[in-house]
Design a protein around this ligand. Sequence first.
Ligand SMILES: Nc1ncnc2c1ncn2[C@@H]1O[C@H](COP(=O)(O)OP(=O)(O)OP(=O)(O)O)[C@@H](O)[C@H]1O
Ligand SMILES: [Mg+2]
Length: 281
Amino acid sequence: MSKWTFPILGDDSYTGYLSPLAQLGANPTTHVAEVRYPVQHAPVASVVKLLPTSGTFIGNEGLAWLFLRGAGVPQPPKAAVLVLSERKATDALGSAKLVKPYVSNKRVLAWASERLNHRSISAVFAGTKGDRKWARLMCTVEGSAIAAFDEAFYNIDRNNGNVLYVNDESCLPIDNETLFGLHDWTAGPIPSTVIESHTLREIRACHKKRYLSTSQMASMYNHIAHHAEKHSHVLATVQQDMAQLLGQLYGPKSAKMMGHVLSFLAARTAQNWMNQRVGVL
Ligand SMILES: Nc1ncnc2c1ncn2[C@@H]1O[C@H](COP(=O)(O)OP(=O)(O)OP(=O)(O)O)[C@@H](O)[C@H]1O
Ligand SMILES: [Mg+2]
């Protein structure tokens, strides 16, 4: 049996536009469509969003999905990169949405993930209620796993809209476009100067606003450090899949890119790195 590889799918796998998104975010191309993933005949309703063809957005989504899967963090179980013809994307979305950054050489890149029957925290809880909910959810096993991931991968855009609310004890990460501080690892190394991820800053802000007590914050840091203990092992197990994904997306230049990603992650997944980061000894 051939080895599983991260799905990079073409026009044939995008079997049809279904509907606009109930609550559109910043990306006007995000919609619901049927996607046929490998080793499955029935199309799966998926959230599909076009991403700029240059830069790291699409690669970041794939790298995140592979790592989170390796770490056993619940997330949309099916995901793929779609490489669609401009014609296919125009038929689905109309030409007005296919603005320049999304089209290159008559090709369009999109990220597809199985649509789950959950809405983002911000869709369920408006305004500061959403902030409080995310603060409390970060105290859960899944929420603290997301926070640990965000810090290791230097995600600068984890917010209420990028976490699906399951219930008060459970949530799932989506939208991992903005990893590595949005540094362009396709072009060069990621600077190792460390700035906090959005998530750690958020935790401190929530503590300041008294959404979290000091003991809740301390216990959250312990959970984050606990998840991070597994990170170097997870990286070792998913590294080959990551390299294979970048190889498919970027061809021979990908080895160098993978080097940039790996040296950054090796430092941030090393034993004790997170402990020092969150002040847990
Ligand atoms: N797999 C999924 N299952 C269910 N809903 C999803 C899924 N993926 C995304 N969504 C919904 O679609 C919204 C937009 O998705 P996502 O955040 O990935 O894209 P976006 O358009 O880049 O949003 P923004 O730029 O505003 O953050 C999410 O807030 C969420 O409500
Ligand atoms: Mg989003």
